[in-house]
Design a protein around this ligand. Structure first.
Ligand SMILES: [Cu+2]
Length: 656
């Protein structure tokens, strides 16, 4: 096995060298031969027409989620999630600052990996999309009515939230498995004490079926392995969630060698219905935990941070039947469950073969107590008892598998840089297509649900190299669209992405009901001004609240005097428009945060602390009308302690 590892390492270097050969400046792009001749007509969406699918691609290290149309590959929107966004004011305006609050204070950035659509009966339902924050462990929920981040929950006892937020069949839960094991509770100990002292928490976050509200239901305290990815069961395996593990060696240094020793690592199978029974019986420990839950209200247009201080923890040793280990070669990365819920594919990234387990056989082995042994008190099943089949030498470095709903599976191979199509049940390879280059995840709309829409496949590649015009040392990552409606896959399109498109989800456009405006009469923001008659300026000590309105093409008030150095000026701007797609912006000179971008019927607040006396222009930043350039005003700032009278102008025309 060590030999195999060495071979893989050599091969990966060779592939990297091959890839770099083609990267001389401005050489013609490679790999155009396999583009089918009708690719252009298959991806062409006429001007004015809509795409058939939404695709949601994570932004990876940008911390955002971007929305594309398929098959055109057109970028429709970037949704700020875990990172501040000066374009929309997210994380800069007073309303959304609490969204990025954590147990250690305001965190303006994270690394977002796996978007996951909400499901009903195992099918994507177009209500919400969830995404994980890796670095400061969190899960966000985005409302697909508004395409805005509406909730973020922090995950305590986690060392990095990678295997997340994969949903259960009816979005009962989204899950969060720690990538890194850490001492739980955290403590100041030598890193060499890793083995036995470090633990991995697998969290189940409940989702309210009507409101979508998330809450940390319970955590399962696992051995100190690394937990990589997850998928929940469906159909016959509904009630179970599967997490891949690596580093079952519990190594803590030179991991590329240390964590690659064992021939098999595990897929941890968690029976969460059993967990619910144990919780109901009170068989949990309630442990102190410091975490937050931030929620944005569509009524007040404001987010509130709730601080939480305990969590229910289940210990598998005290809860028989809660966790089983399925031995799987070798450092399995993705764990993917087919649409029927029977097959559990373990993508052992250092393995020559793909391993597929049978859920029926897993249940049978459990029932007959056919165990190979145990690890930290958790029963280990025998691989030969649970194996459904093996896909023999399909490629090098398997990472992830999705399904088309017609009995086929598609697996990405990072090292051999390809997507391989194979058949469930017969395990034979049907087709393979190269990717440009080094593919990570792939996405078929609904491809990890019970009802895939098996028309397109998107490969998300880690290396772009010579695919586009050079843009300096950094090239945007690349996604590639394949037509998978026939026997053979056909490459149709490359399109650049934002950040790292780590994973994606796709859904038929008809399943999403996008909201067009916020109704002004429903606006319950505490500082709303619903008409220009409500516009005013109120001083409360050093805090000055400007109740401002914007409508094509003026602000009310437009001139303000009596502001002093040392004041905290809150511009609460309400957009009075009630038409689709008429946002207004707001900026004031020398503001040290960002602009506001206010949707029709919405109120947003910019905090401004002027530092020197003078006249400060303010203006609308979003081109809104022919007289947009006239949409402006002034603020007069006087020295601290001066007695300039507070006054403002609303709708008065200049006198001669
Ligand atoms: Cu405007």
């Amino acid at each position: 096995m060590k030999q195999l590892l060495a071979k893989l390492l050599v091969l990966s270097t060779t592939v990297a060298l091959l890839v770099s050969c083609g990267s001389k400046d401005n050489v013609a792009p490679r790999g155009t031969d396999n583009v089918v001749s009708d690719a252009a007509s298959k991806t062409y969406v006429k001007p004015g027409e809509y795409d058939e699918f939404y695709a949601f691609l994570s932004g990876g290290f940008s911390g955002q989620l971007s929305v594309y149309g398929l098959p055109s590959g057109r970028l429709l929107k970037v949704i700020p999630t875990f990172s501040v966004d000066p374009e929309k004011g997210y994380g800069f305006n007073e309303e959304t600052k609490p969204m990025l609050e954590t147990s250690v204070g305001f965190v303006p950035w994270d690394d977002a990996h796996h978007p996951e659509l909400s499901q009903t009966n195992g099918e994507t339902d177009g209500r919400w999309i969830f995404i994980n924050g890796n670095n400061t462990p969190r899960i966000a929920r985005i409302d697909l009515g508004t395409f805005e981040t509406t909730e973020i929950i922090e995950i305590p006892n986690s060392g990095g939230n990678h295997s997340s937020p994969f949903t259960t069949e009816n979005t009962e839960y989204v899950v969060a498995g720690t990538r890194f094991s850490v001492p739980i509770p955290q403590e100041d100990i030598a890193i060499s004490e890793y083995k036995g002292k470090f633990k991995g928490a697998l969290s189940f976050i409940s989702v309210d079926k009507d409101s979508g509200d998330m809450g940390l239901a319970f955590q399962v305290l696992m051995p100190g392995f690394d937990y990589d990815l997850a998928h929940s069961g469906k159909g016959k395996s509904h009630g179970w969630t599967f997490f891949t593990t690596y580093n079952t060696e519990e190594s803590n240094t030179l991991m590329e060698v240390g964590a690659s020793q064992n021939d098999k690592d595990f897929i941890a199978a968690i029976n969460w219905k059993k967990a619910e029974e144990y919780i109901a019986q009170g068989k949990f420990k309630e442990v102190p935990a410091n975490y937050v839950n931030n929620e944005y209200s569509d009524e007040t247009h404001s987010a509130v941070t709730k601080r939480l201080n305990k969590v229910k923890v289940l210990d598998p040793v005290e809860c028989p039947g809660l966790v089983y280990f399925l031995p799987t070669p070798k450092s399995p990365h993705g764990v993917d469950v087919d649409p029927s819920g029977e097959y559990i594919v373990g993508n052992g990234k250092l393995s020559a073969d793909l391993t597929v387990h049978s859920f029926t056989k897993v249940l049978d082995a459990i029932e007959n107590k056919k165990f190979e042994g145990e690890a930290y008190g958790i029963p280990v099943l025998k691989m030969e008892d649970i194996l459904a089949g093996i896909v023999k030498e399909p490629g090098l470095g398997p990472l992830h598998t999705e399904f088309d709903g017609r009995g086929n599976a598609y697996t990405t191979f990072f090292i051999s840089s390809e997507v391989v199509k194979w058949k469930l049940g017969t395990w034979e390879v049907i087709d393979r297509q190269p990717t440009y280059y080094s593919v990570g995840h792939l996405m078929i709309p609904g491809g990890d649900s019970a009802k895939p829409d098996g028309k397109y496949l998107v490969a998300m590649n880690k290396i772009t190299k010579d695919r586009y015009l050079p843009t300096g040392p950094e090239m945007n990552h690349s996604a590639q669209l394949y037509d998978i409606s026939g026997e053979k896959m056909k490459l149709l399109l490359d399109f650049p992405t934002i950040g790292e498109p780590h994973y994606a989800q796709g859904i038929a456009a008809s399943k999403i009901k996008s909201k067009k405006i916020y109704k002004l009469e429903e606006n319950k923001h505490p500082y709303v001004a619903k008409t220009e008659a409500d516009a005013k300026v109120v001083r409360e000590g050093k805090d000055v609240h400007v109740y401002m309105t914007s409508i094509r093409s003026h602000f009310a008030p437009d001139n303000i005097e009596g502001i002093k150095v040392g004041d905290n000026v809150y511009f609460h701007v309400t957009n009075l428009e009630q038409d689709w797609d008429v946002p207004h912006g707001f900026a004031v000179m020398k503001a040290r945060n960002a602009e506001l971008l206010i949707m029709p019927g919405q109120t947003e607040t910019l905090l401004w602390r002027p530092q020197e006396p003078g006249i400060y222009p303010m203006y609308c930043t979003d081109f809104c009308s022919a007289l947009h350039q006239e949409m402006q005003g002034y603020v007069r700032v006087s020295p601290a302690g001066s007695n300039t009278e507070l006054k403002w102008s609303v709708g008065e025309v200049d006198e001669e």
